[in-house]
Design a protein around this ligand. Structure first.
Ligand code: NAD
Ligand code: WQD
Length: 341
């Protein structure tokens, strides 16, 4: 059985679905601070099986000890965390407590229970502002410009030290680039609980009429059209990467780092134009100054994951945007009571 912390969230839910579709038993632990219980119904509808669920906090050591005692868990995918960059600047202690403290508590509970296979949701933000593109795993980690990024790097460092001290561990640090998109059914996707910070969820809310215009942060970057360039990856490709990485963990020891990206960079304007093409909806834009802490360019060299896991992202930007739009339209059609339950 695989424990997914934060499994009711955007990425964790897609990982849960992917694992269940290939026959794994999944137990989700989530405190639902940024997700909905109804996500479990969505996973059940798509997989034909219901994942186990415990509503609880990853920082609760007593609860974790009970969970590991009660279920035959042999690996953990640790997605639980807080992820809003701006909020992390305002509330750094909450971010360090959850993202670093939660990871420490989870690792302690795992070691106590004799479970040593761990996959961690890390981020390309740990590379900071890398001078050369694409970014491979040998690039030095940088100075993340906000407490969120710092907390991800600190959590990585905690696990690196832990593995050095105890050779029973097998830890995979998955450095996600920019996950977007949704399940192709339109039944599972990102459901922001507050104003979105990231490009795609904000764009979707503009396209569906909930917000007036998309702010484009900066048009004077050293990029082909002056707007920021990122490596957007379909969330289902990302989830498939987790399945491959979990398989690899079971035959290895130590720490492995894998970039999960496509190797392609798209600018903000390219994303907007591609979205307008696949959806047929015009997106009003407002050009604004650069957002504090943003970098000009960021895309992955994904070869290590290809060579070591046999994994590569297969879904195009158009597909990411079409799937995300289908999900957004579905959300609108649903009764509000169905989602917020
Ligand atoms: P999300 O907010 O949708 O999911 C995180 C889940 O963790 C939520 O369901 C939330 O309720 C839960 N959670 C938060 N604190 C918890 C706690 N203390 N105990 C138990 N559950 C808790 O976010 P996501 O986009 O699915 O991201 C998942 C992970 O991937 C996060 O760790 C995030 O930092 C990392 N990540 C995300 C992105 C991205 O762009 N989405 C990029 C890189 C890394
Ligand atoms: C992408 C591009 C913006 C919003 C962040 C975190 C990273 C990871 C992914 C969690 C940039 C521009 C955005 C908007 C815009 N998260 N933009 N208008 O900043 O690459 O990465 O999310 O782990 O750690 O740092 O993603 O989607 O916010 O921005 O113009 O309303 O879109 O300036 O160029 P980012 P993003």
């Amino acid at each position: 059985m695989i424990l997914i912390t934060g499994g009711a969230g955007y990425i964790g839910a897609h990982v849960a679905l992917e694992l269940m579709q290939q026959g794994d038993d999944v137990l989700i632990l989530d405190n639902l601070c940024n997700s909905y219980r109804s996500t479990l119904d969505r996973i059940a509808a798509l997989s034909g099986r219901r994942p186990g669920f415990i509503q609880g906090d990853v920082r609760n050591r007593g609860l974790l000890d009970t969970v590991f005692a009660d279920y035959p868990i042999d690996a953990v995918v640790h997605c639980a965390g807080l992820k809003a960059v701006g909020e992390s600047v305002r509330e750094p202690l909450r971010y360090y407590d959850t993202n670093v403290g939660g990871t420490v508590t989870l690792c302690q509970a795992m070691a106590h229970a004799g479970v040593f296979n761990l996959l961690f949701s890390s981020s390309a933000t740990v590379y900071g502002d890398c001078a050369t593109m694409p970014i491979d795993e040998t690039c030095a980690t940088g100075q993340p410009t906000n407490p969120y990024g710092q907390s991800k790097l600190m959590a990585e460092n905690v696990m690196q030290s832990m593995v050095c001290s105890d050779e029973r561990w097998s830890v995979g640090l998955l450095r996600y680039f920019n996950p977007i998109g949704a399940h192709k059914s339109g039944l599972l996707g990102e459901a922001p609980t507050s104003t979105p910070n990231n490009l795609l969820p904000y764009l979707l809310q503009v396209a569906s009429g909930q917000r007036a215009a998309l702010s484009v942060f900066g048009r004077d970057y050293d990029t082909p059209d002056g707007t920021g360039v990122r490596d957007y990856i379909h969330v289902v490709d990302l989830a498939e990467g987790h399945v491959k990485a979990l398989d690899a963990l079971r035959t290895q020891r130590g720490v492995q780092i894998w970039n999960l990206g496509t190797g392609l960079g798209y600018s903000v304007l390219e994303v907007v134009r591609a979205f307008e093409k696949v959806s047929g909806v015009q997106v009003p834009l407002v050009f604004e100054g650069r957002r504090a802490g943003d970098i000009a360019r960021c895309w992955a060299n994904p070869e290590k994951a290809l060579n070591e896991l046999g994994w590569s992202a297969r879904r195009s930007l158009d597909r990411m945007l079409a799937d995300a739009w289908r999900w957004e339209c579905h959300l609108h059609q649903e009764e509000a009571t169905t989602l917020v339950s």
